[in-house]
Ligand binder design. Sequence first.
Ligand code: SAH
Ligand code: SF4
Length: 383
Amino acid sequence: MTANLLEFDLEGLAVFCEGLGEKRFRATQLFRWIHQRGMSNFDDMSDLAKSLREKLKLHAHVAALPILTQQISKDGTIKWLFDVGSGDAVEAVFIPEDDRGTLCVSSQAGCAVGCRFCSTGHQGFSRNLSTAEILAQLWFAEHFLRRHLNQTDRVISNVVMMGMGEPLQNYTALVPALKAMLDDHGYGLSRRRVTVSTSGVLPMMTRLSADCPVALAVSLHAPTDALRDNLVPLNRKYPLDELLSECTRYLEKAPRDFITFEYCMLKGVNDQVTHAKQLVQLIRRHAALGLRCKFNLIPFNPFKESGLLRSDDATVQQFAAVLLDAGFVTTVRKTRGDDIDAACGQLAGDVKDRTGVAERIAQQRAVPIQWHAATSSFDTPHT
Ligand code: SAH
Ligand code: SF4
């Protein structure tokens, strides 16, 4: 089997070229052809020596992911469903805005974290994507969009690892993909415009800050451990105080001077003024130790199996007002691509449930979860 060259960052490609008996600088030329020009046919790479092209034809290939569907929303958002084999599929979403083009990229087929409000989580974990499978989403989208929009300049200016999967549970494949995104010979994206979103895999946050510091978004969703344990099961392993301390440490190396906290607004569960006040207290305690952050409130995108509802607009505004009054920059995420189900948490499509996690979650849900404002407690069985 020959190597898919999308598997490599520039350093990896240099090692591969050396293995073919070629000088390292050839890798730079090759990397530029692939990522900057979108080429996959070695014969078209005109400044490569014929001898190298022949070797490449024998030992390498550049393979995109097969596309199962492409949907274009009225608002310009485009969603692709890619086939990654064995019945698994992952999605990438392009979100055009006036001043930027953002690609939302998947890191895993399914996800093992199993957040209650996330349709990917409800499917369970199938497998990690390879570097090539992560990078192929960007490679395809960028070069497709240039053709589609008849543009020679770069179309995608921002990447967010907010598609399917927990990127920090696929660290080994993630980092070379990030490096290719940042590389001036690759996509040349600024570190500030590449965002890893995590449910809080602490040890990997530490490693990311050392290996490849990019912008960080942390999916918070709750102001107390009791509530977060239930919504984001990983919290039982890495509770809030430890998570926030790690966020503060991350800032020492981060390209931005704040962490974005994502907070999915779930009706009656985490969206009350009491929660907002608890959140202010929690964050203030850590702000005193150096934590800087912004809040991004995400309207929940309901799906049947979750048994949860979207908070109404007035509740979201009230919640935002408490954070704003406390001095925290707070935005409410606009929903995009509604007509094609491209919004966060709806990326799952019809991917198989291999682990029975949906059943497990359905059992949990049989007992309704409820927030008791009077006692500030979250009434639900602990699993
Ligand atoms: N696993 C990572 C990144 C992928 S999820 C993480 O959890 O951060 C990306 C974002 O989408 C997270 O903030 C997640 O909480 C949010 N999300 C998941 N399901 C959602 C839903 N149904 N509605 C709105 N946002 C959702
Ligand atoms: Fe996984 Fe993120 Fe979904 Fe949680 S929200 S299940 S971590 S993809």
